[in-house]
Design a protein around this ligand. Structure first.
Ligand code: G3I
Length: 434
């Protein structure tokens, strides 16, 4: 039987038989500061080789947590800086690709510095990139992003600790090639969170601890995490995260949270975390939107519902596709028909027509007007990329299309939406905080 150190009412840890629910027990124990020895021990044994690669990240970055400029970078022109224009209201963030972090895109990083004060790794802080092989961590790109954030006086957001995608297959496999046991997966999750969050302790403002755990109807998604660890896997993840960096903000992040059923599922999940004594600093509403969906009212209803939990609301991963949804197309077998349909589904390869550009501007304007209305509840709005050329929207839900979902063109030219947002912020009249 598993032996735990028990948290007693007097605050001391006592040894006793393990609780029936391993994960809830773990959550309670971690909260009390009494980590179960076997989990921590087995994690450090399994990952004995990881210590060398998991030392502290190089840059001292209290500035990164606070978002205050650390270096001697010139201040952006407030009249032409989204980050300054929206500073009275919320952080304005973007997501950077590996190439951008490495400085391999001419012109991108100065533009990022000018307009954004919160950085998220589009990919390089996901499990697959940080720990592709068990016990072998690669922090090179994540460290570079941290250094960049510090240099730019921006906050850094960690994305993401527990997700069912971009997690290597080995994580869920046991030594015999079958599914990992609950104990083994728990040890791996513990090791990953402790190693990653430990490295960046005090340097990352907040973490997307759990990403996309819900189905569209608000029920828990069927993933290896849930199948192996049980329905309360997210309690464990938050408890581990809280222990690894007690001062970091911890977030739940998901898409389509404007949908009423999924909204309710997220509220339930957050309430359960809170009932277990865990801190949920924010709920990330991924904003993968379109020109005509979702209805603003649905987004507003979710902002209100999430704010009512006491958590901050964050609009994360904002982008607005201008392309038709392939699911609505009738694709037949005839080759000529197929070519015609392809063109219909990818209509703007030669550039964005003025009327669609105008619709995109209006959509961004309407969304930000809503965000400003709820700025007291919203701590951050993050675009999912800098420019259209990098956007995942070009490849989803169909490969090889030309989308225009972000605020800057492929050549980094600001779109009319940027002017509209600067104007909107100026009209809102808040005092500048940066
Ligand atoms: O890095 C490899 C490269 O070496 C290889 O040559 C190339 C071949 O396809 O693939 C590259 O990896 C790709 C990676 O993006 C970096 O470009 C992956 O195949 C591709 O799957 C991956 O897509 C990312 C996707 O998450 C994975 O699910 C997108 O860039 C990223 O924008 C997207 O972001 C997610 C959020 O994390 C969570 N919410 C939804 C959002 C959109 O899917």
């Amino acid at each position: 039987m598993t032996v735990f150190k028990r948290a007693a009412a007097d605050g001391h840890c006592r040894v006793g038989a393990g609780p029936r629910n391993l994960l809830l027990g773990l959550a309670a124990l971690l909260l009390s500061g009494c980590a179960p020895d076997h989990v921590l021990r087995s994690a450090s044994e399994v990952h004995a080789g990881s210590a060398a690669s998991s030392g502290s990240a190089a840059p001292a970055a209290n500035a990164v947590r606070s978002g205050k400029a650390a270096g001697a970078e010139p201040a952006p022109d407030p009249g032409n800086s989204l980050r300054q224009a929206f500073a009275p209201y919320f952080l304005l963030g973007t997501a950077l690709s590996a190439q951008q972090i490495a400085g391999q895109e001419r012109g991108t990083l100065p533009l990022v510095q000018q307009h954004f004060n919160s950085l998220t790794a589009e990919n390089v802080m996901k499990w697959q990139l940080l720990q592709p092989v068990e016990g072998q961590f690669d922090f090179s790109a994540a460290d570079a992003l941290l250094a960049l954030a510090e240099q730019q006086g921006s906050v850094l957001i960690g994305h993401t600790l527990l997700w069912h995608e971009q997690t290597p297959a080995w994580v869920f496999q046991g030594p015999d090639g079958g599914p990992a046991s609950r104990e083994l997966l728990l040890a791996r999750l513990t090791s990953h969170i402790q190693t990653v969050m430990g490295r960046y302790r005090g340097k990352i403002k907040g973490w997307d601890v759990v990403n996309e755990a819900l189905n569209e109807d608000g029920s828990l998604r069927d993933t290896p995490w849930r199948r192996i660890l049980g329905d309360d896997f997210y309690l464990t993840a938050f408890a581990l995260a809280q222990q690894a960096d007690p001062a970091a903000e911890l977030y739940y992040n998901d898409f389509n949270l404007f949908k009423p059923a999924k909204r309710q599922g997220a509220v339930r999940l957050v309430r359960q975390l809170q009932a277990a004594g865990l801190k949920v600093a924010g709920i990330g509403m991924q904003g993968h939107y379109g020109l005509d969906f979702p209805a603003l009212q649905e987004v507003e209803d979710s902002i209100r519902a999430f704010a009512a939990t006491g958590a901050q609301v964050m609009i994360t991963e904002l982008d607005i596709t201008v392309l038709p949804n392939p699911e609505q197309a009738q694709i037949g077998a005839d080759v000529s028909q197929k070519l015609a349909l392809q063109a219909r589904l990818n209509p703007y390869t030669a550039g964005l027509p003025a009327d669609v550009s105008q619709a995109l501007t209006e959509r961004y304007h309407a969304l930000f007007r809503l965000f400003l209305q709820y700025e007291a509840s919203i701590s951050r709005v993050t675009l999912w990329g800098v420019h259209d050329g990098q956007s995942w929207r070009n490849g989803f839900p169909m490969q090889g299309r030309t989308d225009y979902a972000l605020l800057f063109d492929r050549d980094l030219t600001p779109k009319p939406a940027v002017t509209a947002l600067l104007q909107l912020a100026a009209e809102s009249g808040g005092e500048r905080r940066e």
